[in-house]
Design a binder for this molecule. Structure first.
Ligand code: SAM
Length: 290
């Protein structure tokens, strides 16, 4: 009998997604969370933390490219980039495709996630950990942004969901501390859940952005294993022009960056991602009035 592993993130909604497991590759309770990695015949390697899907070999490119190339090309001149979370290094690998980025710092709370990613996601970790532009800090992202004297042009919050160690990364305190270490006109993007199931998470996030930044909104992409249709990625900046850049502007920046290979992100997809379906646009508008 094959084992089935269940995502329990939406138990309170009476909804579960279950994977038939070919082989469990790794399972442990770390200092911070429950971690299980297994092989699935369609999605390849699948990582769950505390019962929530984090990354799969099959669809990782969508989330990693959209969390990386949208803020960096929207900014247009990012040199210093910070990733909070990002354990598997999938986003770091995308950031380092931007040769204009002088330094990338990743602050990850759980060393075991990076350790086991070295063995199981070498396609991410090998190029990243060998790159001299990359700094890895093991620690709580909240403490880091509260104390660092560094300043960042782009902050990418690739966190778990608002449970366990990831909860603080959705707080006003955290966003205020991020704003403190952002350069003028910098941009912060966040993993903000799937609006159809996690509407409150989206509106709460946008409302907090609005209290701290001139412009707080989101963009969307559909990631099959972040079940629920569109996933929202929070976008916070004091430069309200950033998310209104034209396809031509983004295409010019992409060409200048060498036109590196992508599988999901394109200049057209970038601009279209900010055209929100009405039910999401209404939630964002509501959040703005809070
Ligand atoms: N893409 C995934 C998602 O959307 O659910 C997230 C991937 S990544 C694996 C999330 C990482 O955030 C994990 O490695 C986790 O250990 C890390 N993390 C959670 N809370 C953190 C905190 N307070 N500070 C730094 N990293 C944290």
């Amino acid at each position: 009998m094959k084992r089935w592993i269940t995502e329990t993130l939406f138990d309170d909604l009476g909804f579960r997604m279950t994977y038939e497991v070919e082989r469990v590759l790794y399972e442990m309770q770390t200092e911070h969370q429950h971690l299980v990695l297994f092989e699935h015949r369609f999605f390849g390697k699948v990582l769950l933390l505390d019962g929530a899907t984090q990354v799969t070999t099959k669809d990782e490119f969508i989330y990693h490219e959209m969390m990386t190339h949208v803020p960096i090309f929207a900014h247009g001149n990012a040199k210093e980039v910070l990733i909070v979370g990002g354990g598997d290094c999938g986003i770091a690998e995308e950031v380092l495709k931007h040769k204009s980025v002088v330094r990338l710092t990743q602050v990850e709370i759980d060393a075991s996630v990076v350790e086991f990613s070295k063995e199981h996601f070498p396609e991410f970790t090998a190029p990243v950990l060998a790159n001299e532009r990359f700094d890895l800090v093991i620690g709580d992202g909240m403490n880091y942004v509260a104390k660092t004297n560094r300043r960042f042009d782009v902050i990418i919050v690739d966190s778990t969901d608002p449970q366990g160690p990831g909860k603080v990364l959705y707080s006003h305190r955290f966003y205020a501390a991020c704003r403190r270490c952002m350069t003028k006109g910098a941009v912060m993007v966040t993993q903000n859940g799937v609006p159809i199931f996690q509407a409150d998470e989206l509106t709460a996030g946008i409302a907090k952005f609005r209290k701290l930044f001139a412009d707080g909104s989101c963009y969307v992409a559909a990631i099959p294993t972040y079940v629920g249709g569109h996933m929202a990625m929070g976008f916070a900046t004091d430069n309200a022009k950033l998310r209104r850049a034209s396809v031509k502007t983004i295409a010019d920046r992409y060409r200048k960056a060498g036109g590196f290979a992508t599988r999901y992100w394109t200049p057209e997809v970038h601009v279209a991602a900010f055209a929100l379906p009405r039910f999401i646009a209404e939630k964002v508008a509501k959040a703005r009035k809070r």
